[in-house]
Write a protein that binds this ligand. Sequence first.
Ligand code: D41
Length: 679
Amino acid sequence: MPASRAEAERAAALRAEIERHNRAYYVLDQPTIPDAEYDTLFRELQTLESAHPELLTADSPTQRIGGAPLPEFGKLTHRVPMLSLNNAFSEEEVAAFDRRCRESLGAAEDSIDYAVEPKFDGLAVTLIYDRGLFVQGATRGDGTTGEDVTQNLRTVRNIPLHLTGVQIPARLEVRGEVLIPRRDFERLNAQQRELGGREFVNPRNAAAGSLRQLDPKITAARPLRFFAYGVAEITHPAASHSELMDQLSAWGLPVAGERDVVRGLTGLLGYYARIGAARERLPYDIDGVVYKVNRLADQEQLGFVARAPRFAIAHKFPAQEATTRVLAIEVQVGRTGALTPVARLAPVFVGGVTLTNATLHNQDEIARKDVRIGDTVIVRRAGDVIPEVVAVVPELRPQDAQPYDLLAAIGRVCPACGSRVERPEDEIILRCTGGLYCPAQRKRSLAHFASRLALDIEGLGEKLVGQLVDAGIVRTPADLYRLDPATLAGLERMGEKSAGNLLAAIEKSKQTTLSRFIYALGIRNVGEATAKDLARHFGRLEPLLAADEAQLMRVPEVGPVVAASIRNFCAEAHNLDVIEQLLAAGVHWPDAQPAAVVDSAPLGKLAGKSFVLTGTLPSLTREAAKEMIEALGGRVAGSVSKKTDFVVAGADAGSKLERARQLGVAVIDEAQLLEILEQ
Ligand code: D41
């Protein structure tokens, strides 16, 4: 039966009232009614809508509990790319940012107004409003293309399903960050514990995992929140970033309560200190603060470099350190047999995650820091880098602690396979000589083969590879293409669905590119950049496999060491055998081109120039610097050799900088790099 006019009016009134309470609770943080009363209103609306589906609207609050699961997320190409932010780690770097802005704008000292805000440690998303109605939302992805997570974003309680107020533009694309407040995160983990589910390591991971659920009901049950930090395009008359944020807030969008406007470098550093001091008391995790030149006209004048704006910078809080005890030292075997000592630690909470181990790098480092089992040590965790032991606290050393000798500890044999261990000349690391006989090396090689920059087999990580190798199901990459549901069904924790997903991912990986394939083979000294060089030069696989050292060294950037590695690899019959099996299994690449065609491609002005990036650059991320160099035809390698043209060194540059000095390679800083790029 169609709804009566009274019922239609009641539904509209309920929607408005519920959204008003929602906003009071989730945006303004001022609850207006008891939960039980809210639930009663909500259920009344649900009952009306299910009796009269024509009353249901896209922006009804009932839509926040999530609809049917999706088979997969669609992709969404951002109309305006989602840029990245450059980082500053010190006052000097902030001063340099302020100076650059002043020089470009011709402004005097302490005269620029900056909009300042906390840097949320969440997940960047974009929300699209069509005539005020929330119609689509996506993750940032790689900045160009993200995943369409509209149905999940609808369940985020403080995202308005429709905007309120005046002068709402026909189309508004809001950029912001999705996160889970700290208190809610604790509660969520307690709940996971009770339900016997997996706990999340930190709020960021929990937010990312929650937003990427195919079942929106799961997302709806997670305490996600959104905060806006910008718009894709200015469609509203605002003169400054702060006015723009005020306007977003007036339309009902949540913005950071701690935002402010300050003047000059003095103001920036004052804000940094203020937020740093208040950090523990904030309801959410932040990893720094963000500074933006406030006047929009000035922002436009400053413009962009690569993929980040010149008018903004993130001032990060320092890497986090803590002290804990070394319970044991274990030795891990890498893909190429390198043995890495790892300290097992008494669990310690550092910068949002619990650390249980930290790398000790190699015997020389252990000796230099004199790390012993039983020692109390300082561990550091910075961003995405592997946690490391920084130093020992000598006062707290147990009397009986003995100096640690790696070679003696492992009895001079590989802990994974018992093969002889050697220390190649000129190297500080020990290596297992077992090659692919060693199960540890085999696992790492397989995981490398499946990794993101190689054949990119989604879901096939170290853990699953370990299971497959231990069960004797997989020995070489070619075995992956012979897996079937029946074999996988025997594995622990492998349901029908995950088996299906894995097989689909393996099938998908068959179509790849030549450079990915070369990289995936895991030839020693052939990293991503060299794999690209080889693919470009040879165009096809066969001539590469057949090339002798002289032919290989004709590839720009390939020297005797790399050439010898490739020859050694090809001299092993079983390597060629695996390649043959992979091709027979259907692995292929559509981009095969004769070398001549590739070589005649237009050259950038950095063609033939090789760079190595090391340390933390003051404003560019490594990724951004790499992209800029590659865009001009240059090459970014992972290690320094005589063929390196420039080493770009930032703060805390280590062994690569040292090696550059030994080899007499030119060392430049970020400013000099930018000069070269802009020439
Ligand atoms: O709170 C943040 N994480 C935050 C991120 C912020 N407060 N402001 C930001 N501003 C921008 C620009 C200036 C590029 C619009 C950002 C980000 N970007 C950002 N987040 C992730 C990538 C870029």
